[in-house]
Write a protein that binds this ligand. Structure first.
Ligand code: PLP
Length: 288
């Protein structure tokens, strides 16, 4: 586990992470009533911060929680967290809950100030073994709710699914709903077949992944096409390549699915190109 760095942000102040405290009556703790973001920073610069802030704003709006900070204030908060923790390649976690009330009621009280919490950790460089050999995944039935487009802090189903994947010797669960690909338990998914790269379209069944945008831009920079289409379970089994993408793992190749090799069982040629283009994009946008 990546350890939290010494300085965090809580409700307007930068404080020592191990001294930060919130009330057990916070609705995030009692109900999972909040949203979060994970933003990768390279060379101290956040990648696609505006997209993350837009998704955060959309999540808060869906929950009926007033956005507690302006864009400039969010950017200042990020700069503070990164600067106070020494810069470099960091992951930044940000959580906004509906706040702390005087008791516990499903129906929220009006006018409670949201709780805002952020912390950072050192972003480990991608595991060379995973880069070389790819990772293992299993397909599992999606047991989550029907608003997976909201980046809710209520992640119980994802925790259960990830534990199940681990019990089956895999690094990630690829979730299917009604015989179709939803997404990874904490990643978006791309599938390659006969040179065509595909990913499922935006829907309530999956998170609007920011890394998906970055991968799509990397694909475009290579003048390759990307099809947004529903992907059946059978397409996963027949795939030449499967990739997972997320803010902390960038884009990685799945080389075994449900115990069977994907393609020839090694990271595929298109993954290699897109991974390289992703590194260039990072360099261009973050100067890292
Ligand atoms: N889908 C789910 C369910 C996730 O939890 C995540 C990231 O944690 C992703 C997709 C990838 O999203 P992003 O690229 O914004 O990190």
């Amino acid at each position: 586990m990546a350890e939290a760095l010494p300085t965090c942000y809580l409700n307007g102040e930068f404080v020592a992470t191990d001294a930060a405290r919130i009330s057990p009556l916070d609705r995030g703790f009692l109900f999972g009533d909040g949203v979060y973001e994970v933003v990768p920073c390279y060379g101290g610069r956040p990648l696609r911060l505006e997209s993350h802030l837009e998704r955060l704003a959309a999540g808060l709006e869906a929950l009926g929680i007033g956005n507690p900070r302006t864009g400039a204030q969010w950017r200042e908060l990020f700069a503070g967290l990164v600067g106070k923790n020494g810069g470099g390649d960091l992951g930044v976690y940000l959580e906004v809950t509906r706040g702390t009330e005087s008791g516990r009621d499903f129906l929220p009280a009006e006018g409670t100030p949201p709780t805002v919490f952020g912390f950072a950790w050192t972003l480990a460089p991608p595991d060379p073994d995973q880069r070389k050999h790819g990772i293992k995944a299993v397909t599992l039935e999606d047991i989550r709710w029907l608003r997976c487009d909201i980046k809710s802090v209520a992640l119980l189903a994802a925790v259960m699914l990830r534990r199940e994947a681990q019990a089956q010797g895999a690094d990630e669960a690829i979730l299917v709903r009604g015989g179709r690909l939803a997404e990874g338990s904490s990643s978006c998914v791309f599938v390659v077949r006969d040179g065509v790269i595909a990913t499922p379209p935006a829907s309530h069944e999956r998170l609007p992944s920011i890394t998906r945008e970055v991968v799509a831009d990397s694909i475009q920079s290579l003048e390759l096409g990307l099809k947004e289409q529903d992907i059946a379970c059978a397409d996963l089994t027949r795939a030449d390549e499967i990739w997972l993408a997320s803010s902390t793992r960038e884009v990685i190749a799945v080389t075994r699915l449900d115990g069977q090799p994907v393609g020839n069982g090694t990271p595929g040629p298109l993954w290699g190109k897109v991974h390289a283009a992703f590194q260039q994009l990072k360099q261009r946008e973050c100067g890292a």
